[in-house]
Design a protein around this ligand. Structure first.
Ligand code: ATP
Length: 535
């Protein structure tokens, strides 16, 4: 599948629209249309149900070291600015950007790639932002242009090494920027904090500055004690939250994959330090399986353990669940979810402020007395085990997923073109979104075969009855084959047709979206039949 095909289907059928489109759109912001809103809700609801509400507190799930409890939270987007100082986001949550003096374009430093090439005695680094199969073509075209060579003289270009990151290049004066025609137009990289700033209150001074949360996790950490005190949860237990997060990404792109406003589904799982490696392994495997169960099985999904040098200073293990999105170069994967062992870093930061410079030099800004500049809350966020009397700061395992990235992966995986017979039995190419029934925005569509003989009345009654149980669509317009195809594009698993036989024997046809199999059931049994299949 080409990404363009999916993007066009998403717009045409109302899955996704560019935000503020009538004003030209706003880069990095997306709206979910009538089908998209249902799909994304289903993704979030499946997550919440599987992780929180249907979780069995009494029995240990397969692979878990023991039984455990799960609970939820819904925190605000704007929190006390000190939260972000202690979490490290204020000082450290930044990317590096570079600007092009010729084109005034801005790039994220680590996203620019390129390749060394030599011709006519000059060696330059040609940079590109093209991420697809067209990357090689872009590099070649621009190198030829720079050296004033014709396509037929391409053998005069002597390429050196593979495509590599711009971050490996020390001398920017020999770099040809991604959209530039002049050499050396890129600036040196500069730090850029990704948090959106806003002002709370009417005074509008710098002291009233606050931030839109760049992750939902911190709301959970700062409420850890509240949850302990207001419920009877005991360690081990998890707190889940779903909600919007905001990051002022330098180069938002690849449809919703990198947006500036997006939704996260995060769990902070609190456990005894000695048991944390076993819990880390449990959550890593369980979260991977969740995507498999909802239809991302196969070689496009992978679980990748971080190399030790990729790990944050406080983490003893992190794994990414990754999907091979069609907009990435062949063989490359994009992150859907990170599962991290975070030790006691977060709770300690909110208790004591940033940690000892000797143990985590990255996070510490010290004042003139050598003390951490950002002090914690001073509250005791440790846990006391009633039975053993032991008091400790729990370790945390964090499965952190993106609702928009998961939704995008499900859309990519679902997009299928196959051959199906039309009314006259002739094979035609059809586009079908093979979404998992739990995720499909509409579960069933009801059609009267023709708009007469009482068929619409029966169909409407069935439609109203089914709607009480799951999202159902009614359509009586146009040829029935076209109605089927519209539902195929929406990903509706079942279509029910009321025809001549319904009038005599009170049976209807059910058609399966994926197999195209059709079978008859009694009108009264439709709801039961579909409910069973949709589970
Ligand atoms: P990336 O390296 O791709 O920027 P990250 O490692 O910074 O991602 P985390 O901070 O671990 O991401 O956030 C957890 C999850 O939130 C990610 O796995 C992803 O699903 C989602 N996410 C993060 N940034 C974005 C974004 N800009 N747009 C959409 N989803 C995002």
């Amino acid at each position: 599948m080409e990404m363009d095909q999916l993007v066009s289907l998403c717009k045409r059928r109302g899955f996704l629209f560019q935000s503020s489109e009538i004003y030209g759109g706003l880069n990095g912001f997306w709206d979910y249309g009538p089908l998209g809103v249902e799909l994304k809700r289903n993704v979030k609801e499946a997550w919440w149900k599987d992780m929180v509400t249907s979780h069995d507190d009494l029995d240990a799930p397969a692979g878990a070291p023991s039984s455990f409890e799960m609970t939820g939270l819904d925190c605000t987007i704007i929190m006390h600015p000190q939260v972000w100082k202690c979490s490290g986001h204020y000082d450290l949550f930044h990317d590096h950007m570079i600007d092009c003096r010729q084109t005034n374009k801005r790039y994220r430093y680590d996203q620019v790639r390129g390749r060394w090439v030599e011709a006519k005695g000059q060696r330059i680094f040609v940079a590109t932002m093209v991420e697809t199969q067209d990357e090689a073509e872009d590099l070649q075209r621009r190198a030829l242009k720079h050296f004033k060579l014709r396509a037929k003289d391409a053998e005069q270009l002597s390429w050196d090494g593979d495509v590599t990151s711009l971050t490996t290049v020390e001398d920017t004066s020999v770099v040809l920027g991604p959209d530039a025609t002049e050499l050396g137009s890129l600036t040196e990289p500069r730090e850029f904090n990704l948090m959106f700033k806003t002002i709370v209150g009417a005074m509008g001074t710098e002291e009233d500055a606050a931030f839109l949360r760049p992750e939902t996790a911190q709301g959970i950490f700062v409420n850890f004690k509240n949850v302990l005190d207001s419920t009877r949860v005991k360690i081990p237990f998890g707190i889940a939250q779903v909600g919007k997060s905001f990051r002022n990404e330098i180069t938002p792109r690849n449809f919703t994959f990198r947006s500036r406003e997006f939704e996260q589904m995060e769990i902070e799982f609190f456990c005894h330090p000695e048991q944390s490696p076993a819990w880390y392994k449990y959550w890593r495997d369980r979260r991977f399986q969740w995507y498999v169960d909802l239809g991302l099985a196969g070689e496009r999904l992978q679980l990748r353990d971080h190399d030790p040098d990729e790990l944050s200073h406080y983490s003893t293990g992190t794994a990414d669940i990754e999907y091979q999105f069609p907009f990435l170069p062949a063989g490359e994967f994009g992150e859907l979810e990170g599962v991290a062992h975070r030790g006691d870093f977060d709770l300690r930061s909110h208790m004591e402020g940033k940690l000892d410079p000797n143990t985590c030099p990255l996070t510490v800004e010290v004042d003139e007395h050598g003390q951490p500049r950002h002090r914690g809350s001073g509250r005791d966020l440790s846990y006391r085990d009633d039975e053993s009397g032991e008091k400790y700061v729990p370790h945390v395992i964090e499965p952190s997923a993106g609702a928009d990235r998961a939704t995008l992966a499900f859309l990519c995986e679902a997009y299928t073109e196959d051959q199906a017979p039309d009314e006259k039995g002739k094979l035609q190419t059809r586009t079908v979104m093979k979404l998992h029934p739990r995720l499909a925005p509409i579960k069933a569509a009801v059609f009267p075969l023709v708009k007469k003989d009482g068929m619409p009345e029966i169909a409407r009654d069935l439609y109203r009855a089914l709607k009480q149980h799951f999202p159902t669509f009614y359509d009586e317009k146009g040829a029935v084959g076209r109605r089927y195809r519209r539902q195929d594009e929406a990903g509706t698993p079942y279509c029910i047709t009321i025809d001549g036989d319904t009038l005599s024997d009170k049976t209807v046809t059910i058609r399966d979206r994926d197999t195209l199999e059709q079978w008859r059931v009694k009108l009264d049994d439709v709801e039961g039949e579909l409910s069973g299949r949709l589970k």
